[in-house]
Each structure stands twice: as structure tokens, then as C-alpha cells.
Design a protein around this ligand. Sequence first.
Ligand code: ZN
Length: 444
Amino acid sequence: MQALRTVQLGEADLVAAGKAMLELMRELYPLCRSITGAGVRDTLTAVSRVAPLAITEVPTGTEVFDWVVPQEWTISDAYLEHESGQRFAEFQASNLHVVGYSVPTDLRMPLEQLSDRIHTLPQHPDWIPFRTSYYQEDWGFCMSACERLAMPSGEYRAVIRSRLAAGSLTLGEFVHRGRSEDEVLVFAHTCHPSLCNDNLSGIVVAAHLASFLRRLDTWFTYRFVFAPATIGSISWMALNEARLSRVRHGLVLAMLGDAGPLHYHRSRTGAASIDRAAAVVLKASYPDAASIDFSPWGFDERQFNSPGIRLPVGRLNRALTGEYPQEHTSADSLELMSEAALAESWRACLRIFEVLEGDRRYLNLSPKGEPQLGRRGLYRATGGYYDGVPSRQMGLLWILNQSDGETSLLDIAERSGIEFGLLAQCARDLEVAGLLAALDDRAA
Ligand code: ZN
């Protein structure tokens, strides 16, 4: 099997990946996901065709740290019906029309009274907002402000055919076994209904990373977890607490399909290997990208980074939460998604993994002065891949100078500014020439 860190991706690979991810997203888009229920199960079934998931059902009432798994929510239909028979806010037209976790309802009331139960976004009159009430029994509807304005006065029947009953919360996991038991955790939240960037994009990128890694030889074991936000990551940690120490690096994936620049959110310490790996990748390959400090108001990285868990987990996304107007509205739709952005997000994750895989310490075997590279063919292009790339020569010199047995390739990438993949290639060439020895057993 080919090693992940030697894979070269071409333009055709990226185009194919972007297409496949958007196709999966189109299939998942109509499903009514929530923190529990059939929409999540159907989503995980579809993801399983890309990368077969192990499913865990966590029963209602299970205590998970400070939380309790709630009742399962099932919904088949909902609408507001005017006395004339005209219907509004129909669930069949958009699952965003119902406040998530709404209790079953069948009530008649005048429009004035019903208005308190209707959420709109006056600043974006064509968009339907996304609202939930998971932990407090409630019901309500969400509508575009335009549709709300079109509702005639009079009596309405508010119907929500839902059910809240003992059931379970569904987690999906895919594990790619590497040569080490040390793990890289990849997490995507599955609780948002018909919303694309947040977070079908995270789901499809994670699914296609899993499917890609399946064919490759890796040092780390890669564990992909698909679960609802907050209660899902907390449930997964509570169920797997005994083996959490195997997680060496982690990445939460969300909002990766819009055309904006990449943003990496650092782990709680800001100095974890995953933070450093992401920083060198963004700096070398994505000039408009930025790293951002940890905040406890993020996605599930804040659960993994809580003080009793302390896993070094960062988050990769494009749009920033709270800063893109389509977030949590019907405008976070397929039109906002770009195949190219999804593909590039996928490749950025792979590049980060390549750094984690390839980071190791070397020993210069000819450390007294500079070894004579020309005599060994290392100053001439062999195969042409470094023709006209002066940073290759600099890479060779940096590695030879720094490889005292203490300094790792990631240290050298940070200090030299040379792209990690090129440095790793230089190190392989120096090993072949007998000038360098790796100080660990990761060699593929
Ligand atoms: Zn969200």
C-alpha cells in the first residue's frame, strides 16, 4: 500500500473529489437531521456507502458526564393552516419550517396569538431561520418574512406531527487502522437539517477523507466520528473515556464548502502539534488563510479541549461562525457550495495529516561540515521535480544543518518556511544518499 505522505494529488483527483462530495451533499440535503432521530440514521447510512460506519445507539436517559441523552425526536409533518384552507410554513417544503424538537401540537388560534410562535428574519426577508429547542419543551415555526407577511388575518390551525419518546442518540464511527495505535480524531457534527455549509460540508469532507485513507498506509490510526454537536461529542467521550489518551491529534471539520479562505482554530494550548501542522500548511499553500486562537464558543473542539479531557483538537473551516449571514438560515443551501472549495478543504486536511505522518527527527550522518552533495547527485535534477526550485537546495541544507537528533522536520518547516512536503522529499533523498537516518520506526 502506498504511504499517505508520498501521495501526489493531481488536478483530476481534486475535481473528482469535489464532484463526489457535492453529490453526497445533494443526497443528504433534504434529510431532517436533529440531535436524534431518523434523519441522522439515514445520513449515516448514506455516509456508510462512502466509508462503512460502525453505529452506536446511546439510549435515552443515559448519563454522559453532566448531561443526559434526551428523548428521541420524530417528525412526519407540520404546517399552519388558515381557516380558508391555505397552508403556510409547510414542513414538506422545508424542514427548517419547524423549530427543531417541537412537541406534538394541534391547536387553533388567531394569527395575533400565533405570531409569538413564528420566527422570521426581517433583515433577510426571503430566508427561513433555523431554530431549535432541544432541552426545553416548546414548539414553533420558522418562515421567511415574505411568507409571514402574506398570511391573512383570521383563525389558524397549527399542526406539528412529531413525537418525543424514549429512543436513542446515534453515533457513527469509521476507523482506519494505521501502524500505530496512536490516533488522529476527525469529528463532524450531524445535527443540522437542510443546511449545507454548517454542516453537510464537514460531513462530506470527513466521509471522503475516510474513504481516501482506506487505501493508504498510514502511521497513525484515523478515527472519524459523526455525531450531533455538544451532546454527541460529549456522549462519544463519555462512552470512550478509557481510550481517549490514544488521541494524539484532532480536527473538527465544519463550514468547508463556501468560497472564502480557510481558517484554522487552534486547540486550547495553541501549541499542539496539530496547531503547528495546520499553521505550516496554511502558510505554505493558502496565502489568504489564517489561524485563530481557541475560543470556548466554538464547535465541538471546546468539548475535546475541556480541562478534564484535554485532547489537542483544533478546527478547520472557511466561513467564520457568526460572521457569514447565511449561517443557520435557508440560504446556507447548495447554491452557497463550491465543488472547488470542498476539494481544496479536503486537500488541506490531507496536507495537515501528511505533516503529522511525516514529522520525525533525523540524524545527519555526515555532520562535520557540509557533506559534498554534488558528488552524490543531489545538486542536479534527477527526474526534474526540483528543476528551478531553489527551495529544494535550501531544504537539503536546512535538514542537514538541523538534523542533530533533537530537531524535527516540523521544527525545520517552521523555521525555514519551506513547504513541508518538499522538506519531506528532501529528507527521503538524503536518506537514500546515506546522509540521514530517521530516529523513529515510522519509515514506510
Ligand atoms: Zn450550527
